[in-house]
Design a binder for this molecule. Structure first.
Ligand SMILES: [Zn+2]
Length: 720
C-alpha cells in the first residue's frame, strides 16, 4: 500500500475536486435493536447523502457495521448464560435486517468480530506501539474477585453520599445527578456479583492525546469552521478544557487482543477499535480500499449522533494522524438527539419506537418513517417525535400535497389526454405556465445546496414545496373546467395539454428530487411513468423535458395511504404499556459516559419488556391481598438485602422476609401500612420462614416505595 504522507494544511479541495467519497455511519452497538432515534441521528441523513452522491454519479462507498465488543456485551452474555458471540450474532442480524428494510443502502454492513477487523485493528495498534506512540502505565483499578473482572466505574454501585440513593453508580448518581467516583460511594458493591470491589494493579497503554492538542486546534478549530455549530462547539470545548492521556486497552477477554507478548487478558479499548471498523469494512468491500482511505482527493464524511462527537472529531483523527497515511474527515455532520413524546428516548425503560417493530406495524410505510425523521430531524437541536406529528405529516404533507398532486395529474392525463404525455404548445404558454417552469428549474439548485451543506430537512422541504406549487398551479389552470368548454372552443385543448404536460414534467422532477429521501416512492413513480432508473440521475433535475410527448403512461398507483387515528392511538397505547421499570443494571442503562460502557450510539439496550400474558379475573381473584401494618423490623444477619418484618393483619401477626434492606432502615418503617400477598406459600430465607410478600413500586430512579392505602385503613382489609 502506498501511503499518502503528510497533513493537508490547507483545504484546497472543493466538492468537484474530490475524486471519490467515503461515507461512514456510526457503528451501532450489537447489544439491542435500533430505534428511531438512531435512524434520525445518523442513518437516514447518511443514506440521503449517499443516494444523492450516487445520483450525481460520484464515486462513493458507504460503509457501516455492528460494533460487537465492549463490556456491556460480556455482561449481558454472563447474565443470560450465553457467549458474547451469541449475543452479537443475534443483534447483528436484527440490526442489519432493519437497516435493509428501511432502505439504508450501505455498500457493506460488516461487523467488528470479523477476522479482517481484528487483523486491521491489531496492525493499527502495533504500528503505533512500534513507533513508541503509547505510554505504558500501571494503575490501581477496582476488581471483582468473584467474577474475576476489572470493574469500570459504571459497574460499581453503592449509596450516594449526597442524596442517599442506594443505587448510585460509581460515576454518577442518576437520582440527584451528582458526578461521583467509586471512592465516594457508601458501601460500594460490584454490580456483577454484589462482591465488595477490591483494588488491583493493572497495566495499560495510554494514548497521550494532549500531545495532539496543538495540531487538533489547527486542523479542527482553524481548518473546519464550516462544521455544524453543535459539532464545532463541542470540539472547541473539549480542546479548551485540555486533553489527557487516554487508556487504549482494557482488561477483558472479549475484543481485539492487544498484540503484544505481555498482554494476556487485555484487549483494545472499544473506542480504539470501533472507528478502525470503518477501515476494516472498506477493506472487506473492495481491494481498492486504500484509494478511499489514503488518497488525499477522497472526501471522508462521518455521520454520527452527538454523543460520538469527541470520538470522531478528536480521538479518531488523532489516531489517524499518529498512525499516518490516512485521510482525515472532511466533515462530521452530527445530529442532536430525537426525543419521543416529550421524553428522552430510553432503552432501559423501553421508551422507544423500535425499528423492527415499526416495520411490522406499518408494512409498506418505510418511506413515511424516513420522511418524518428527516422532516423533523434534530439537525441543530434536540427534537421531538410524536405519533400525532407522524400522522399529521403523513396525512397533510405526503398524502395531501405530494400524493394528491401526482394522483390528480395522472387521473386527469388519462381522462383528458388519452393516457399519453400531451404536447407543449409553446405559443400558448401564459405567465402561470412560465412561472411553474421557473419553479421546476429552480428546485434543483435549492435541494442541491441544502444537501451539499448537510441540511437535509431544508432539502426535503424544497421537494415538498415543489409539489405544493404543482397543486397550486393545477388549481389555477383547472384543466377539468376548461375541458367543459371544448365543445364550443376546441382550441382549449391546447391549454389542457400545456397544463398537464407541465404537471407531468413536474412529477418526473419530483421523482428525481425525492429519490435520495424516499427511494421507494421514486421507484413507484418510475413504474407509473414507465421509465428506467436512469431517469433518476441528478442531472435530470431541473429539466422540463424528461417525459417525451406521446409516451403512454400507466394508471396512477397509491403513493401514500392515510394513517388513521386508531393506528396512532394503538401506538401511543403500546408505548405506554411497554414502558417498564428501570433496570438498576448498569449494562442496560442509557447514561454511558464511562470508559468501558461504550458511549451510546452504542445503544446500551435491553430487550423490550415482555408484557405479561393476559389473565382472567379468576387468576387475579386467587390472590389474597390484604392491608397490614409493619410492627417490627430488623436486619437479617449476613444478608445485606433482607429485612425480617413482623406485620399485623388484625386477625393475626406474621413474619415476612423482604429484600428491601438496601432501601429502608428498619427503624424508619415501623408503623407503615403496606399491602401484602397473604396467601403466598411459605418460603424459608436464611433460615427464617417468610409468610407473604410486600408489594412495592419501583421508581424511575430505581428506588422503592411501599404500596399503601392513601388513608389509614383497617388492618386485614381486603384489596381487590
Ligand atoms: Zn444522589
Amino acid at each position: 500500500m502506498r501511503y499518502f504522507c503528510g497533513f493537508i494544511t490547507e483545504r484546497i479541495f472543493t466538492m468537484t475536486d474530490y475524486k471519490r467519497h467515503l461515507v461512514t455511519a456510526a457503528l451501532p452497538y450489537a447489544n439491542g435493536p435500533v430505534h428511531i432515534g438512531h435512524l434520525a441521528g445518523c442513518y437516514v441523513p447518511a443514506d440521503i447523502y449517499v443516494r444523492y452522491l450516487r445520483a450525481k454519479k460520484q464515486d462513493v462507498k458507504f460503509v457501516c457495521g455492528s460494533d460487537e465488543h465492549g463490556v456491556p456485551i460480556t455482561i449481558r452474555a454472563m447474565r443470560e448464560g450465553i457467549t458474547p458471540q451469541q449475543v452479537v450474532d443475534k443483534y447483528h442480524a436484527i440490526i442489519r435486517d432493519s437497516f435493509a428494510q428501511m432502505g439504508i443502502s450501505f455498500d457493506i454492513y460488516s461487523r467488528t468480530s470479523d477476522k479482517i477487523h481484528h487483523e486491521t485493528a491489531s496492525a493499527f495498534f502495533k504500528k503505533m506501539y512500534d513507533e513508541g506512540l503509547f505510554e505504558e502505565k500501571e494503575s490501581e483499578q477496582y476488581y471483582d474477585e468473584k467474577t474475576n473482572t476489572f470493574l469500570a466505574d459504571r459497574y460499581i454501585t453503592g449509596t450516594c453520599p449526597v442524596c442517599s440513593n442506594p443505587n448510585a453508580y460509581g460515576d454518577q448518581c442518576e437520582r440527584c445527578g451528582t458526578s461521583l467516583s467509586p471512592e465516594q460511594l457508601i458501601n460500594p458493591r460490584s454490580a456483577l456479583s454484589d462482591a465488595v470491589p477490591v483494588k488491583k494493579t493493572t497495566k495499560h497503554w495510554y494514548f497521550p492525546l494532549q500531545q495532539y492538542e496543538p495540531w487538533l486546534k489547527e486542523w479542527a478549530l482553524e481548518g473546519h469552521k464550516e462544521w455544524k455549530n453543535n459539532v464545532y462547539g463541542q470540539v472547541k470545548s473539549w480542546l479548551d478544557s485540555g486533553l489527557h492521556p487516554r487508556a487504549m486497552t482494557r482488561d477483558s477477554n472479549w475484543g481485539v487482543k492487544v498484540p503484544l507478548p505481555d498482554a494476556e487478558g487485555k484487549v483494545l479499548y472499544v473506542w480504539f477499535d470501533a472507528p478502525i471498523g470503518y477501515i476494516s469494512a472498506t477493506k472487506q468491500l473492495t481491494d481498492h480500499w486504500a484509494d478511499y482511505w489514503c488518497k488525499e482527493d477522497t472526501k471522508l464524511v462521518h455521520f454520527i449522533g452527538k454523543d460520538n462527537i469527541v470520538f470522531h472529531c478528536v480521538i479518531f483523527p488523532s489516531m489517524l494522524k499518529a498512525h499516518g497515511g490516512f485521510v482525515l474527515p472532511d466533515n462530521v455532520p452530527a445530529n442532536e438527539f430525537l426525543n419521543l413524546e416529550g421524553e428522552k428516548i430510553s432503552t432501559s425503560r423501553n421508551w422507544a419506537v423500535w425499528v423492527d417493530e415499526y416495520l411490522k406495524d406499518f408494512p409498506g410505510c418505510e418511506d413515511v418513517l424516513r420522511y418524518v425523521l428527516c422532516a423533523n430531524a434534530p439537525e441543530t437541536k434536540d427534537n421531538d417525535f410524536t405519533w400525532k406529528d407522524f400522522q399529521d405529516r403523513n396525512n397533510s404533507e405526503l398524502v395531501a400535497i405530494f400524493g394528491n398532486f401526482v394522483n390528480r395529474t395522472f387521473v386527469l392525463m388519462h381522462k383528458l389526454c388519452g393516457g399519453k404525455v400531451p404536447k407543449l404548445h409553446e405559443a400558448q404558454l401564459d405567465n402561470t405556465d412560465r412561472a411553474i417552469i421557473a419553479d421546476i428549474e429552480a428546485a434543483k439548485g435549492k435541494v442541491q445546496s441544502a444537501l451539499d451543506n448537510y441540511r437535509f430537512r431544508d432539502g426535503l422541504f424544497e421537494v415538498i414545496d415543489l409539489a405544493r406549487k404543482g397543486n397550486k398551479y393545477m388549481q389555477e389552470k383547472q384543466p377539468w373546467i376548461v375541458a367543459k368548454s371544448l365543445a364550443e372552443n376546441p382550441a382549449a385543448q391546447q391549454s389542457i395539454d400545456n397544463s398537464l404536460h407541465l404537471c407531468l414534467q413536474l412529477t418526473a422532477n419530483l421523482a428525481v428530487l425525492v429519490n435520495p429521501f424516499l427511494p421507494n416512492t421514486a421507484q413507484k413513480l418510475l413504474q407509473m411513468m414507465k421509465v428506467v432508473d436512469k431517469m433518476l440521475d441528478w442531472d435530470n433535475a431541473g429539466k422540463v423535458k424528461l417525459l417525451s410527448v406521446g409516451y403512454s403512461l400507466r394508471e396512477p398507483q397509491l403513493l401514500f395511504r392515510k394513517i388513521e387515528d386508531s393506528e396512532i392511538a394503538a401506538q401511543v397505547e403500546k408505548l405506554k404499556a411497554s414502558l417498564f421499570k428501570p433496570a438498576t443494571d448498569p449494562a442496560t442503562t442509557d447514561a454511558s459516559t464511562t470508559e468501558a460502557a461504550k458511549p451510546a450510539d452504542s445503544t446500551e439496550t435491553v430487550l423490550p419488556a415482555e408484557a405479561k400474558a393476559e389473565i382472567q379475573y379468576d387468576d387475579f381473584a386467587r390472590l389474597d391481598l390484604k392491608v397490614a401494618t409493619i410492627v417490627a423490623a430488623e436486619k437479617v444477619a449476613k444478608a445485606d438485602k433482607l429485612l425480617k418484618l413482623e406485620v399485623d393483619l388484625g386477625y393475626e401477626k406474621r413474619t415476612i422476609v423482604s429484600g428491601i434492606a438496601l432501601h429502608f432502615a428498619p427503624e424508619n418503617i415501623i408503623g407503615r401500612q403496606v399491602v401484602i400477598v397473604a396467601n403466598l406459600a411459605p418460603r424459608k430465607m436464611r433460615g427464617i420462614e417468610s409468610n407473604g410478600m410486600i408489594l412495592m413500586a419501583t421508581q424511575p430512579d430505581g428506588s422503592l416505595q411501599f404500596v399503601n392505602p392513601d388513608e389509614t385503613s383497617a388492618n386485614g382489609a381486603m384489596v381487590s
